[in-house]
Design a protein around this ligand. Structure first.
Ligand code: KG4
Ligand code: ZN
Length: 343
């Protein structure tokens, strides 16, 4: 166990998808800076993230983003106890840019390196949002690449209760948004359009996975929307976009909330947290909060800026590795398919 009598200051770097981010976090809970350089504008031109373009943009921006992260925090490299970086899962090119930058800094300064799992980062955003939160608790991680229902038994100790068998929730939002003409990124656009729509206008199926209580399936729900659109077009019926958006969103929220509710009942959970980009969704936050209230479980959800990709969450997860003495060598590599719990 590392000596932790003094404050632990960590510079964290995140570049797993289309955000170049750097943050300085103290003791895993206190964020001194949270710089996020988004590439949304350029990927919007192509209707989704183009990995090669993402890599180039990370390369262009990473040095400046790291510099800003330190400056905003009022810190220099000499003040740091560790340098943390997301090394998976994610897009291999974008991950490599962050990992290489972190390794270069660590090699040049001798500051210890900590490789962080991106999903552990998302879960840890809750430690920042609620400084008194401690395991055990359950967490639903819903992002563009992942949908995991997880028991957080202790810091860095996870049991996966269920995960998606096909599309991630955010992926389904993005694909449906594209089909109904809302464009990229789909989640926030469906969230916004839904405010003008009726969530009960169209009944889309609530995806189930045979024989599994906690796994998810969103591809059938997405196909049901596509079938509805095709059928309407063939019949010459004008599609009401806000109604389709609201009805699809309701179907996704119903599935996520019902799985979470079953876990709370089965495991007698007292604390339930949301994490990941889709956790920024207003209907999901409201539905989950209400369900938790009804079941007497405390509900936690980071503010939207800590739900979508950021480096502060990586700095938080890294702190709990730091106090266990889990450092990485300079042979740390990007692992695009890194599983939760795998090191
Ligand atoms: O966590 P994140 O920033 O990146 C990944 O790790 O994948 O999540 C991005 C996903 C995208 O699919 C995006 O459409 C979705 O989160 N998202 C939302 C909202 N904001 C972002 N989905 C639904 N409602 C939102 N408000
Ligand atoms: Zn993410």
């Amino acid at each position: 166990m590392t000596d932790i009598k003094k404050d632990v200051t960590i510079l964290a770097i995140e570049s797993s998808c289309d955000e170049t981010a750097a943050s300085v976090v103290v003791n895993g809970r206190k964020v001194l800076s949270n710089v996020i350089s988004s590439q949304i504008d350029i990927h919007t031109l192509y209707g989704g993230v183009v990995p090669e373009i993402a890599s180039r943009k990370h390369t262009e921006r990473i040095t400046q983003v790291i510099r800003e992260g330190l400056e905003e925090a009022g810190k220099t490299l000499e003040d740091l106890d560790a340098i943390a970086v997301t090394y998976g899962p994610g897009l291999v090119g974008p991950l490599l840019i962050g990992v290489s930058a972190a390794k270069g800094l660590s090699f040049a300064t001798g500051i210890p390196l900590i490789g962080v799992h991106h999903i552990e980062g998302h879960i840890s955003a809750n430690y920042i949002a609620e400084p008194t939160l401690e395991p055990p608790f359950a967490c639903l991680v819903v992002s563009g690449g992942h949908t995991h229902l997880v028991l957080v038994r202790d810091y860095g100790e996870y049991e996966i209760l269920g995960k998606t068998q096909d599309d991630a929730a955010g992926e389904a939002f993005d694909k449906v948004a594209r089909e109904i003409g809302l464009g990229y990124p789909g989640g926030p656009k469906i969230d916004k359009a839904s405010r003008e729509g009726n969530p009960h206008a169209i009944t889309f199926p609530r995806g189930k996975v045979a024989g599994s209580r906690y796994d998810f399936s969103f591809s059938g729900m997405k196909s049901a929307v596509l079938n509805y659109l095709n059928t309407s077009r063939m019949k010459g019926i004008t599609v009401n976009v806000p109604d389709v958006a609201a009805s699809f969103q309701q179907a996704v929220v119903d599935v996520l909330v019902s799985h979470a509710g079953e876990a709370i009942d089965q495991y007698g959970l007292k604390k339930f947290a949301l994490a990941g980009g889709v956790a920024a969704n207003n209907a999901l936050r409201a539905g989950m909060r209400q369900m938790c209230e009804e079941k007497g479980a405390e509900f936690f959800c980071p503010p939207p800026i800590l739900c979508t990709d950021n480096a502060a969450m990586i700095g938080s997860a890294a702190y709990f590795e730091y106090i266990k003495g889990n450092f990485s060598g300079l042979d740390l590599n990007a692992v695009p398919g890194l599983r939760l719990g795998q090191r």
